[in-house]
Ligand binder design. Sequence first.
Ligand code: SF4
Ligand code: SF4
Length: 287
Amino acid sequence: MIISIASGKGGTGKTTVAVNLALSLHNVQFLDCDVEEPNAHLFLKPEIHSQNIATIPIPQVDEALCDYCGKCREICAYNAIAIFPGKENARGSVLVFPHLCHGCGGCSLFCPRSAISEIPREIGIIEQGYSGDIEFIHGKLNIGEIMSPPLIRQVKAYTNPEKTVIIDSPPGTSCPVIGSVRGSDFCILVTEPTPFGLYDMTLAVEVLEKLRIPFGVVINRSTIGNRSIDEYCRIKNIPILMHIPFEREIASLYSQGIPFVREKNEYRKKFHDIVRLSEIQQMVYRK
Ligand code: SF4
Ligand code: SF4
C-alpha cells in the first residue's frame, strides 16, 4: 500500500505526520520526495548506507551531422533548444539550455539526421539507509536546480510493493506534488485551521479529485484557529482522519527533532487507525 502525505501549503506539519505515521507501523518504506527541502531525516535520523548521483539525459548535438532543420526545437515543449540557421554559406548553430531540459528524449528521437546523442547532467543525489527497521530513501536536489520532477521519479523508482510505502510529498499543488502523489493508494492531506490553510487545502482537494486518489484530512494544531476546515470537510463528505491539538509538549518535541509518538504512545494507535480507515476509503472509492 502506498500512502502519500501532502499539504496545499508549507508549514502545516506534513512531515511531522509522515514521520509519526511511519514510526507507528511495521514493515515501512519511507520515501522523502520533498527533494527541494527534504527534512524527514532530521526526525528519523537514518543511517545512510548508499548514495547515488541522480542525473537526467540532456541532448548533445553533433553539428557536423545537423542541417538546422529545426525539428528538435519544434518537438521541445520546454524551449530548451534554439536553432540559428546559417545565412548564405555560413554555418548555423544549435544552442541547448541544459537547465530548461527535462530529459524527455523527444529531440533525439525525432532528429531526422541522428545528430543528437545524450549526456548525463547531475541534478542531485539519492541516499538510502535505515532508521530502525524503516527503510529510508530521500532525494536531495542540487542547490539552484529547478528540475525536481525527474528526481522525484527516481526516488519513487525505489518503491517496494512488499512494504507500506509512505511518501512525504512536497507542499503545494504544482508538478512536483502531482508527480509525488500520482500512483498512491491513499493520500493524507495535512492542513491547519486557518483561512490560508482552508484555501490551499481546497486546491489540493481539486488535484486529488482529478487524479482520482482517495484521501482524508489531518487537522494539525486543531485547537487554534477556527472550525472552517471541519465544516468544509463535513459539507464535502471528506473524512477527517485525526485532529492534532496545539500542545506545548508536541511543539517542544518537534523543536528537538523528536517525533511525538516516541513520547506520546497513545498516538500510535491513532495513526494505526488512519491506515485502517484509508483501506476502507479505498474500497468505497473503487465502488
Ligand atoms: S532535429 Fe537534428 S538535424 Fe534538425 S536541427 Fe535539430 S539536431 Fe539539427
Ligand atoms: S530532451 Fe526533451 S526537454 Fe530536453 S531538449 Fe530534448 S525535447 Fe527538450
